[in-house]
Design a protein around this ligand. Structure first.
Ligand code: 3PG
Length: 306
């Protein structure tokens, strides 16, 4: 059995070593395609792969057509919007993710970006503090929970809204659960986004939702750029000189944001929420173990294309 690790944005070496150990201990072979720049390289590498470990790499119908021997794709991470699930099901390929494995890394980055922003991007001027600010966590999954835990350490007042998580679960963590996204944005000066990119959430963070955020508002995005209605966010930031947008996923309109909103806009050059050795080890090794469990014992835990 051949397991391909196809990562345009590679794992830390220590994680690749750990993945190799798991794969070889199961008697399988590991192949690596890292930092590829062209889809043709991926199409070629998948030809004889029985299993693939990916990150944000795109697995679409064309890749699945080329991967004649493929049985399973594991997205080492949480969001699987980069995999065409319907095409995978049609090709009889199991798709899994590794929920929670990189959540702390993303949460730490979200708080780090908040500090960076309230301290005026470390430009030497006087900023403000996170303590006492109201933080809204939009979606209370694995990352949201970690953001809440860390934010409480900073002395923030933490609120959350999650359409799918019962209020009691949120409130058990000492977080105030609100009834709607509208209420969350109206209440909180800082909102941290943790919703997945789905047909329902795409473009859902729009002018109407953001306009009522309290004075000195800041939106922090370590989720997906697709959930933002960029044109409406630009309009809002034109209308509100107090609004900051801080993101780990560079918007399509990055140049326009950077030019128009200097001092209140920041984007990392490449999504780096999950770029830690720990997250790479956790998610990479979990992916390898899930592949071994599936190929050897038919275990389908964490399958997302049921
Ligand atoms: C995820 O969905 O797990 C995160 O967005 C991390 O993605 P990455 O592995 O591409 O950095």
């Amino acid at each position: 059995m051949k397991v391909l690790v196809a990562t345009e944005k590679p794992f830390a070496k220590v994680a690749v070593d750990g993945i190799r150990k798991e794969i070889e201990a199961a008697g399988f072979e590991l192949a690596l395609l890292e930092k590829y720049t062209d889809k043709a390289q991926l199409l070629d590498a998948v030809k004889d792969a029985n299993a693939i470990i990916i990150r944000s790499d795109i697995i679409d119908a064309e890749v699945l057509d080329a991967a004649k021997e493929l049985k399973i794709v594991v997205r080492a991470g949480a969001g699987y919007d980069n995999v065409d699930l319907a095409a995978a099901t049609a090709h009889n390929v199991c798709v899994m993710n590794t929920p929670g494995q990189n959540a702390n890394a993303v949460a730490e980055l979200a708080l780090g970006m908040m500090v960076y922003a309230v301290r005026n991007f470390y430009n030497g001027t006087s900023g403000t503090e996170l303590m006492g600010k109201k933080l809204g966590i939009h979606a209370y999954g694995n990352v949201g929970r970690n953001v809440a835990r860390i934010a409480k350490g900073f002395g923030m007042e933490v609120y959350a809204f999650d359409a799918f998580c019962p209020k009691e679960v949120i409130e058990k963590d000492g977080v105030k659960a609100l009834d709607s996204a509208e209420e969350l944005y109206k209440t909180c000066q800082v909102v941290s986004l943790h919703i997945p990119a789905t047909a329902e959430t795409k473009n859902s963070i729009n002018y109407a939702l953001l306009k009522d955020m309290p004075k000195g508002a800041m939106l922090v995005n370590t989720a997906r750029k697709e959930v933002i209605n960029e044109a409406e966010l630009i309009k809002l930031m034109e209308d509100r000189a107090d609004f900051k947008y801080i993101t780990d996923i560079m918007p399509a309109a990055n140049a326009e944001f950077a030019e128009k909103f200097a001092g209140r806009y920041f984007s990392t050059p490449k999504k780096m929420g999950a770029q830690t050795a720990e997250a790479n080890i956790n998610a990479g090794i979990a992916a390898a173990q899930q592949i071994v469990g599936f190929l050897k014992d038919g275990c389908e835990k964490f399958r997302v294309n049921k």
